[in-house]
Design a protein around this ligand. Sequence first.
Ligand SMILES: C[S@@+](CC[C@H](N)C(=O)[O-])C[C@H]1O[C@@H](n2cnc3c(N)ncnc32)[C@H](O)[C@@H]1O
Length: 273
Amino acid sequence: MKHLNKILNGDVLKVMKKIPSNSVHLAITSPPYNVGKDYDSHDDQMNYQEYLTWLNNVWREVKRILVPGGRFCLNIAPTGITEFVPIHHDFTNQFRKLDMKFRTEIIWYKQTMLKRTAWGSFKSPSNPHIVPSWEYVLIFSKEKNKLDGEKEKADITREEFIKFSDGMWNLSPEKKRNGHPAPFPEELIYRLIKFYSFEGNTVLDMFGGTGTVALVSAKNNRDFIHIDVSEEYCRTAEDRLKKHFGQSKITSEDNSTFKSPSWLLKNLIVSLN
Ligand SMILES: C[S@@+](CC[C@H](N)C(=O)[O-])C[C@H]1O[C@@H](n2cnc3c(N)ncnc32)[C@H](O)[C@@H]1O
């Protein structure tokens, strides 16, 4: 596929239309949460109904491009402490209407409670606040539960499988990276990729940001497709991939000659603006 192992700089809907149907095994993303975050080139404060309609169009494309049995992992946090917005319920209902199978939800416990300040009525039941110390990863699959793949291409260890199948994941959040307000921690993506895909599968992030999904996919012998509207974040993603694979060339542990992936030698960023 033309767009495999590329960083596609452009608008999500415009770019996804170029990806062939039934060609992606796993999509992982965290969309803009519409909470006024300071992204490079995206208005993160849309009218809520417009926001949902926009993303519903993205979800339609997700369904089209996934292979039967392909998975979609959607990371989303509960938003609004005083005015709670059940955004995860709204997304779940959108997917159910699209006839995607809702498989499960993983709770990502971020261990950030110590830093909280928004108590509401402190030490009084008059109006106390719950501060979300967690995010969700909602898991959907297309048409069927089972993803076809060869047994030899399952590369998760026994210990990892047992650990990851417990749906409460305790992981610290990632710090801001190169001005990006919401990068994924690599461990979160590692777990999703190992648990839900085979070696050699294609993994997409359609709101790819600083390229965590692309990097972890490439490190684990999966093909990646990265989409983001911001040229700056696409450059950060490219730097991370080049830095990692450039370094491995020098520090290959078993002294075998490290073979650079062929995609690294070509232009990684494709502008589709
Ligand atoms: C929550 S962040 C994703 C961060 C990413 N998971 C990471 O590890 O860096 C959402 C991303 O969506 C991108 N974005 C917003 N609107 C977009 C659009 N219309 N098309 C493509 N990307 C868009 C933003 O630039 C931002 O990088």
